[in-house]
Design a protein around this ligand. Structure first.
Ligand code: C2G
Length: 131
């Protein structure tokens, strides 16, 4: 069984997220999503998600491509997650290109996928504010 992992906030779930999750699942047989906790978002990414962790987790668990959702609480956990969950492939959008190549040192294939253009949680929030 080829196991894939990806990380993110996945707030205000949209088709850009779905495109990534679909492509991530297509790279293996089992997809784990490490979902940024509210605290990690705030402290490390300086962003406050609209939906709290539990809601974002429920939404992800309803997606056919997603097999397991775990919390993302630190930048460092990627190394230990890869070992603990016997990960074969790490996938993330190409806005992170090069940032996680260190995982190759522990035998994990690292894939940066093209982001879906135009859509983003930030853009959705801005558009809604303008009415
Ligand atoms: N994404 C995408 N296309 C978009 C928007 C997002 O492909 N239009 C991808 C991102 O590249 C990422 C995933 O969807 O792979 C989740 O996006 P975010 O929730 O914005 O994740 P991010 O804040 O980049 O967190 O440790 C890694 C971080 O937790 C990644």
């Amino acid at each position: 069984m080829r196991r894939v992992i990806t990380y993110g906030t996945f707030d205000l779930l949209h088709y850009g997220h779905i495109n990534l999750l679909r492509q991530a699942k297509a790279l293996g047989d089992y997809l784990i999503v490490a979902l940024s906790t509210d605290e990690f978002n705030w402290v490390e990414k300086h962003k406050k998600s609209y939906f709290p962790y539990e809601v974002r987790k429920q939404l992800l668990e309803a997606i056919r491509y997603v097999d397991l959702v775990i919390p993302e609480e630190s930048w460092e956990q990627k190394k230990t997650d890869a070992k603990e969950y016997h990960v074969d492939v790490f996938v993330i959008g190409d806005d992170w290109t090069g940032k996680f190549d260190f995982l190759k040192d522990q035998g994990v294939e690292v894939v940066y996928l093209p982001r879906t253009p135009e859509v983003s949680t930030t853009q959705i929030k801005q558009d809604l504010q303008q009415g």
